[in-house]
Design a binder for this molecule. Sequence first.
Ligand SMILES: Cc1cc2nc3c(=O)[nH]c(=O)nc-3n(C[C@H](O)[C@H](O)[C@H](O)COP(=O)(O)OP(=O)(O)OC[C@H]3O[C@@H](n4cnc5c(N)ncnc54)[C@H](O)[C@@H]3O)c2cc1C
Length: 385
Amino acid sequence: MSTTTSHEEEQLILDSLDRFLETEVKQHVHQLEHDDIYPTEIVEKMKALGLFGCIIDTEYGGLGLSTDTYAKVISRIAETWMSLSGVINSHLIMASAVQRHGTPEQKAYYLPRFATGELRGGIGLTEPDAGTDLQAIRTVAVRDGDHYVVNGTKTWITNSMYGNTIALLVKTDPNAQPRHKGMSLLIAEKGPGFNVVRKMEKLGYRGIDTCELVFDSYCVPVDRLIGGVEGVGLKQVLAGLELGRINIAARGVGVARAALKEAVAYSQVRKTFGKPICEHQAIQLMLGEMATRVEASRLLVESAAKAFDQGERCDMEAGMAKYFASECAVSNALDSMRIHGGYGYSKEFNIERYYRDAPLLTIGEGTNELQRIIIAKQLIERNPA
Ligand SMILES: Cc1cc2nc3c(=O)[nH]c(=O)nc-3n(C[C@H](O)[C@H](O)[C@H](O)COP(=O)(O)OP(=O)(O)OC[C@H]3O[C@@H](n4cnc5c(N)ncnc54)[C@H](O)[C@@H]3O)c2cc1C
């Protein structure tokens, strides 16, 4: 399967997104972020723009964008406020799981509702004792007639307070060997027994809701088992990780670019020793490196997204993009802070936000330690001795 978006269509979408970010978002970010307030009005406008259906097929009411164009959308949003990209990223990973693996009935029911944002949320994988090692999860779904009864705890689940639906990874057979054969993915809509017990307090990525969930005899109809087959949940999740990693990499490009732009602007107006600091070689060295990081990250994202659109295997490419772009976001945020001097450390400027937001990108969708291991394993597999 190959997906493309024409240049004209892409330009139209990016232009209207830029207008939206400039006129309806930018002026609110500082306060919402610092006060950790959920951006309800902005989210409603994102629904109206169709952003909740970015990569959902047009036959289901989505925009049907290519991953390449979607990555550009995400970079632009993250350049303005990284938290906002999170509102649609994990939602679309859930939607993508249904689009790729769902039964025809599940696609017909859920995808149009995901596309409008009527049903929206994210992915429920991580537990207090299991993140990277997902096969160690303990949330159990026991079949009882035409329902599964779910018990367990999920943590760090983004979009789970203001959203209403998550793709929930469970054990339908906790004793299966290998462990992944007992894992399944359910579409879990909020209802009795689906409890949001705690909002996580975070260093950055504020405004957006990330919570701990407790499932207490929560009932899910069996027709919400994605694909209708037990035991393939982990595979379905892993198949979505390439897209997830491209998402994170695209956010990295956005944050790295925002930090660069502000450094370029500030360095031309701040003067020391009688000249703008951009004329000092020490600052030029940082700017040169920051700009190169942005461009290299952008190209890695584009290359991974294009491979994904062509239906090619791209776990190595997506891993490289995710690893590199997220590290670049961290480095650019810190360099921008150095260039801004004391003002970079002030809560009145954006730089400290980039500095707090960027490290998350090294953790989510597979930590950067894991990314390098994946890259190395792929290298060996693709280049047998
Ligand atoms: C703000 C935020 C939002 C999140 N949103 C979501 C969400 O919406 N849904 C969701 O399911 N999860 C979410 N997460 C959870 C996130 O995906 C996990 O934190 C991440 O997968 C890492 O898992 P962990 O925290 O359990 O770390 P661990 O798995 O305990 O890892 C700890 C350390 O050990 C390293 N490590 C682990 N295994 C290996 C190995 N084999 N080799 C080398 N090093 C290794 C890791 O790289 C890391 O450095 C979110 C997290 C945060 C912080």
